[in-house]
Structures are given as structure tokens and as C-alpha cells.
Design a protein around this ligand. Structure first.
Ligand SMILES: C[S@@+](CC[C@H](N)C(=O)[O-])C[C@H]1O[C@@H](n2cnc3c(N)ncnc32)[C@H](O)[C@@H]1O
Length: 335
């Protein structure tokens, strides 16, 4: 926008109000006396800009401030930054650990306001993205769906719930927790004095879901182990009392290790107990020719094919692969 020629006539700032006097009255009575110093400074700094009219009007800014407070905003996104009046206002309003993703293709104008954000001590809350907004938004959304795809699919979850009830599971083990969808589902299903050993090397993701687990009143059933799963399983197996002590196991972690997990879990789950493996159809790639598989699925495809083959010929289990979610293979330990 800043590359456009500036307007020939100055534009009057009276918005939809009938007269400049009325607008001036509003600003001088309600807005300027309460406008924080850094915003005043930024407005003054922007005033000589040929496109200063692009800055968010301070009266509208005041309303945005109220809305931010009402929703208790901690994470905000802004499309269209210019020199940053509304951005600074947002940064001044949200808490110290808040975050604003601010998108504008015009870095030059953003740099005008930046020293004031710095001086106001709020620059750490801002992630400026110099980009066309649609491109930036699509990129942000890619990330969200990548993460969302990690969670166990709700239809597979429903089946896990039935299985837990059928085996009367009281003691379960889960490998691959992420934010805890399947973990919470298990915790909600097993009895009050039930126990789940939940293993994941990523505590951060677990902490995202933990408040929900707490609120649901089931946190006492969970023992979270932050560790690489193989190490944690070997440690659990050091105690012979743990052998055959689990009614149910759910595995939803790195595909390359499924074979290794299976050997250990066969020792931990009791005879007649259930083990469910997630993602055993690996986005459909197991039935595709390698040449037509996307690069990011190739490694998982090879591991999954190998794993499925080994389960199919494992005499210690009954198996059934159900096309729920990304493929759920259910095994019952026979001996
Ligand atoms: C698909 S997600 C699990 C999703 C989870 N079941 C749910 O319902 O949201 C996979 C998880 O496995 C964990 N993981 C991957 N490899 C691991 C390993 N070797 N040891 C422990 N955790 C691992 C990742 O940190 C990630 O959180």
C-alpha cells in the first residue's frame, strides 16, 4: 500500500460522524486523555506519513482494547499492520506472555513503529510476518492441520472405548500421548481406581492437554513418563511384577519402532488382553506403489508394511485391522 501515490487532498478524520467538530469532541473528551503514551507517540510519528490516514483511528482502538480485555485475549492475529497503532495497542493490552501474529507485506512501515514497541517493552509479544496475508494465513493453517492430524481420530477413539470396556480394563499403557486425546478417553473409561502408564518424550504437548485432564477429574489415574518409549518399556520390564499386568495397550508413536514395542508389550499385556496399534494403514500408502507415495510418508510406509506383515504371522495374537481413523490394528494376546 505504501508504494501507491499518496492521496492528493488530505482526508478528514471524522469517520461517519457529521462534523469534524463532533469527532474532535469525541477524541478530546474520551479518547486522548486515556490514550497510553506509546500510542500517542506512535500517532505523532505516523502523522507526517503520506498515508497516515491508514492508521487505526484511536477511538476504534479504544473499543478494540475493551474487546481484547473482555475475551481475555492471550493470542491474537492482525492482518494489516502499517506503522502498528492497533498492533501496539494489542501488545500493550494482552498479558506479558501473550502473542500476536502480525502480517503485512510492507515491512518499511512496520519498521517506523518498531522502536516504539521496543521502548514500550512489548516487542517480545509480536511475531511480524512480512508476507501477502493469504499466503501467510495458509501457511499458519498448514501447521495447525499438521498438528491436528497427530491426535487419535475420534472414530478410532470410540472403538478404543468399547475395547477398554469389553476387557474391563483397569490397567493400561499408552505409547504416544501428544496432547492426550486417547489418554483422556482411556482415563474417562477405566474405573476410578484404574491406572494408565502414559509414555511420551514430548512433555510440552502433554502439558497442553493436562488442564483438560485435570478438569475432567481423571488426572490421578495417569502416570506420565517423559521418555523415549523403548527405554521406558525396558525399565518397566525390569520389575517382573509388571509382566502380564496390563489389560490394555495403545501404541501411537514412531512407526519405525512398532515392531520393538510389540515384543515388549507382548510381555506386559495379560493373556486375553488387548493391544491396539494406530496408523497401520499409514494414510493409505501401504497399498500404494512407492513411486506414488509422498516423500514424507515413505519411511513410515516401509516400517508399517514390515510391521503389518509381522503381526499377520504372529501366532501369539488374534488380529483385526479396522479402517477407522488411519487404520487401527487390534490384537488379542492368546498365550
Ligand atoms: C500421533 S502422536 C500421539 C497422538 C495421541 N495418541 C493422541 O490421541 O493425541 C505421536 C506421539 O508419539 C510421540 N513419540 C514419537 N516417537 C516417540 C518415541 N520414540 N518415544 C516416545 N514418544 C514418542 C510424539 O512425541 C508424539 O507426541
Amino acid at each position: 500500500m505504501s508504494k501507491k501515490p499518496p492521496p492528493e487532498k488530505p482526508i478528514i478524520h471524522n469517520g461517519l460522524l457529521q462534523t469534524d467538530e463532533l469527532y474532535k469532541y469525541l477524541l478530546e473528551t474520551n479518547v486522548y486523555p486515556r490514550e497510553p503514551e506509546p500510542l500517542k507517540e506512535l500517532r505523532a510519528l505516523t502523522a507526517p506519513h503520506p498515508w497516515s490516514v491508514m492508521g487505526t483511528a484511536p477511538d476504534a482502538g479504544q473499543m478494540i482494547g475493551i474487546l481484547l480485555k473482555l475475551v481475555g485475549a492471550k493470542k491474537a492475529i492482525e492482518i494489516g499492520v502499517f506503522t502498528g497503532y492497533s498492533l501496539l495497542l494489542t501488545a500493550l493490552t494482552i498479558p506479558d506472555d501473550g502473542k500476536i501474529v502480525a502480517i503485512d507485506m510492507d515491512r518499511e512501515s512496520y519498521e517506523i513503529g518498531r522502536p516504539i514497541f521496543k521502548k514500550a517493552g512489548v516487542e517480545h509479544k509480536i511475531e511480524f510476518i512480512e508476507s501477502q496475508a493469504l499466503v501467510a494465513l495458509d501457511k499458519i493453517l498448514e501447521n495447525v492441520s499438521d498438528e491436528a492430524v497427530m491426535s487419535t481420530a475420534p472414530d478410532a477413539g470410540q472403538m478404543i472405548g468399547i475395547l477398554l470396556k469389553l476387557v474391563g480394563a483397569k490397567k493400561a499403557i499408552e505409547i504416544g500421548v501428544f496432547t492426550g486425546y486417547s489418554l483422556l478417553l482411556t482415563a474417562l473409561t477405566i474405573p476410578e481406581d484404574g491406572k494408565i502408564v502414559a509414555i511420551d518424550m514430548d512433555r510440552e504437548a502433554y502439558e497442553i492437554g493436562r488442564p483438560v485432564i485435570k478438569k475432567a477429574g481423571v488426572e490421578h489415574k495417569i502416570e506420565f513418563i517423559e521418555s523415549k518409549a523403548l527405554q521406558a518399556l525396558d525399565k518397566i520390564l525390569e520389575n517382573p511384577e509388571n509382566e502380564g499386568s496390563f489389560d490394555f495397550a495403545f501404541v501411537d508413536a514412531d512407526k519405525i519402532n512398532y515392531i520393538n514395542y510389540h515384543e515388549r508389550i507382548m510381555k506386559l499385556v495379560r493373556v486375553n488382553g488387548i493391544v491396539a496399534y494406530d496408523n497401520t494403514l499409514w494414510f493409505g500408502s501401504v497399498a500404494q506403489h512407492e513411486s506414488s507415495v509422498l516423500d514424507e510418508f515413505k519411511e513410515g510406509r516401509v516400517s508399517t508394511i514390515k510391521f503389518n506383515k509381522s503381526l499377520a504371522s504372529d501366532p501369539r495374537i488374534d488380529i483385526s485391522t479396522v479402517p477407522l481413523g488411519d487404520g487401527l490394528t487390534i490384537c488379542r494376546r492368546l498365550y
